[in-house]
Every structure is written in C-alpha cells, then in structure tokens.
Design a protein around this ligand. Sequence first.
Ligand code: PEP
Length: 256
Amino acid sequence: MKTYIVGNWKLNFTVGEASIYLHKLQKKIPNYRDVEVVVAPNALALQSLSLQIDRHKMKLSAQNAFHRDYGAYTGEISFAELRGLVDYCIIGHSERRYIFGEDDKMIQKKVAAAVRNRITPILCVGETESERAFGETADVIRDQIMGGLRDVSEEDLDKVIIAYEPVWAISSTKAAKLASPDDVAEVVKKIREILKDTYGEKATEKMPILFGGSVNPSNAGAYLTVPGVNGLLIGGASLILSEFTDIIEIAKRVRA
Ligand code: PEP
C-alpha cells in the first residue's frame, strides 16, 4: 500500500498564492512512486490548479462537496462538478462537523456521492477532548465510521480512506495537545477492529488509515511508524513549503 501525505490548506492562500506554492512544490519533489502526495486547496483554486498540477507527482483533493449532483442548492459545489478535477475529497473534517453542523447522516451521503463520482473520500473521524475524557472514544469512532460508510458497498470499500484526527490534537483547536504515538496506535487498532467486525478482514485490509493532528517534521516519522498508519493528513505544516516537503521526504525514508 502507498503512503499518503495529504496537505489540507483549509481557507488559506489566494488562487495566485496556491498556484505559486504548487509550482514550487512540484519543482522541489521528485516523482515518488510509493508516496502519494495530495494537496487540498480551497474550492476556488481547484479549476486552475487542476490544469497546472503534474499528476505523476501529486494529486488534488477538495476539502468538501455537496452530495446532490445538481439542482436548487444555492452556494454548493457537487462531487459531479468536481469529477475530473480532483482525485480525492476530504469529508467530515471536524471543522465541518463542529463549525458547520455536519452530522453522520450528511457525511454518509457525501461519502456515497464521492464514490459514485469516482472521487476517493478521505473520511475524517475523531473524538473531542471531552468525549475522550469520558471514555467514549471507541463509541464515537464506531458511530462515525459506521455512519460514514453506511451507503458504501463492500466492493467499493477499497475506494475509501479513513483519517483519524482526534479533535483535541488539531492545531487550530484551542489548547491543542499532541497525541502520542501510543494514543494513535490504540485508536487505529480499534478502527481496524471495527472495520474487520463489520466488513471482514479481506474487505478492510486494503483500506488506508491516515493520522492527522499537529503533524510536523519532528513528529511525522514517529506517527508514520505506528502500526496500521498509512499516511498523514496535515493542516498547518502543509502551508509551509519547507515543512511539507520535509514530511514528504520523511515518508519516503520510512518506506525505504
Ligand atoms: C487538520 O485540520 O486536518 C489538521 C490535521 O490540522 P493540523 O495539522 O494543523 O493540526
């Protein structure tokens, strides 16, 4: 399985800035066959970056989309419209869940719409600090996974990526803390158990699981060597070219 390094730029970079960043990134990294580099700019930049991107070196992801293909949905962008522009879409990021009120039902429809439109969903799951304190992590993760994947058929499971992002470890969360590799290992093991119990070993062994939460060049290697982790979803550090390229290099070294 490949190692995935996904940069979530969130609401940063104008279209021009995104284009300059992409240009520099493409110049800096070679084509690593076993490391899949993905960048997720804001929606406005997707069209122009899709023409600029060297798909041998990296891929584009959307940060969100709407599950209906077309119709009276003012302000939305559909997976159908993104088809051909992006290979991936982040779905159910905690900022979508907690700032924009997306629930598991909506996320379930988005995951299905992504798969239907041949866009790989990166389904984000993760507990809040209080859920963790109350010992609810496993239940929260189970609900988010089962909810998110409800409309995905077994043969389409290999078209889904899960990203474990504990909300309390995301750098934009107030008083964010670092997750230890042991914390990550425990939950990733749980995620694999949930998947196995529901879909069986064969159907789920190929599903990549990423970790995200304040990843930077000094902790990336430790997270990438956690058993069962197949890559990283990176927010803040992906905005700094030198940090993002360092993390890509680390992923390459860990693979070697
Ligand atoms: C994220 O928002 O997906 C994320 C992981 O952010 P950061 O790396 O900044 O914690």
